[in-house]
Design a protein around this ligand. Structure first.
Ligand SMILES: C[S@@+](CC[C@H](N)C(=O)[O-])C[C@H]1O[C@@H](n2cnc3c(N)ncnc32)[C@H](O)[C@@H]1O
Length: 161
């Protein structure tokens, strides 16, 4: 988020995190880097987005969402079809959802969900190739972990048509 803000000083960026420690770390980093075009919401991103006007957001980044691996927990995944339909409402026309995951099963589920949503067009060609016009050259914490483990992440971009 800090790097995204540095490279897009003309854009207004909002991050969301449920854990207080994560919010504090993010805010401290923003302060150290003298970044002023970012706000951090402490809470569920769905509550944050619920307060947004329809078609007001250019891009959503969902990077390494919690995978909820146990079968009985899979319904908790953030990238469910219900949530994606909701994200679609607050995205501008031609807005994009940029996703990264290192969980193959989640990747397949995301692809399947978007293939049933007519309002999105898949932009990525190869998920294993990181498109630097959407993603940054720097790695997030979980991206680094995946790469160290030898699991190449998948990078997906869906554009609202
Ligand atoms: C696996 S970590 C990935 C963190 C970071 N994006 C990265 O790539 O290193 C997932 C993060 O999303 C947060 N999170 C999960 N569900 C959320 C929600 N509904 N709203 C906001 N944050 C959420 C978790 O607390 C956790 O910090």
């Amino acid at each position: 988020m800090v790097e995204l803000a540095k490279r897009n000083s003309d854009k207004f960026i909002i991050g969301s995190e449920v854990y207080e420690n994560g919010v504090a770390t993010a805010c401290f980093s923003l302060f150290k880097n003298k970044i002023e075009n970012v706000r951090v919401f402490h809470g569920d991103v769905r509550i944050l987005l619920n307060s947004f006007k329809y078609r007001s957001v250019d891009r959503l980044y969902i990077l390494f969402p919690d995978p909820w691996m146990k079968k009985r927990h899979k319904s908790r995944r953030l990238l469910s079809s219900t949530n994606i339909e909701f994200f679609s409402k607050i995205l501008k026309s031609k807005g994009a959802i940029c996703i990264a995951t290192d969980i193959e099963d989640y990747h397949s589920e995301i692809k399947e969900t978007f293939s049933n949503l007519h309002q999105f067009k898949k932009l990525h060609i190869s998920p294993k190739k990181k498109d630097l016009s959407f993603f940054l050259g720097v790695e997030t914490k979980y991206e680094k972990k995946a790469i160290i483990k030898g699991v190449p992440p998948s990078y997906l971009v869906y554009k609202k048509v």
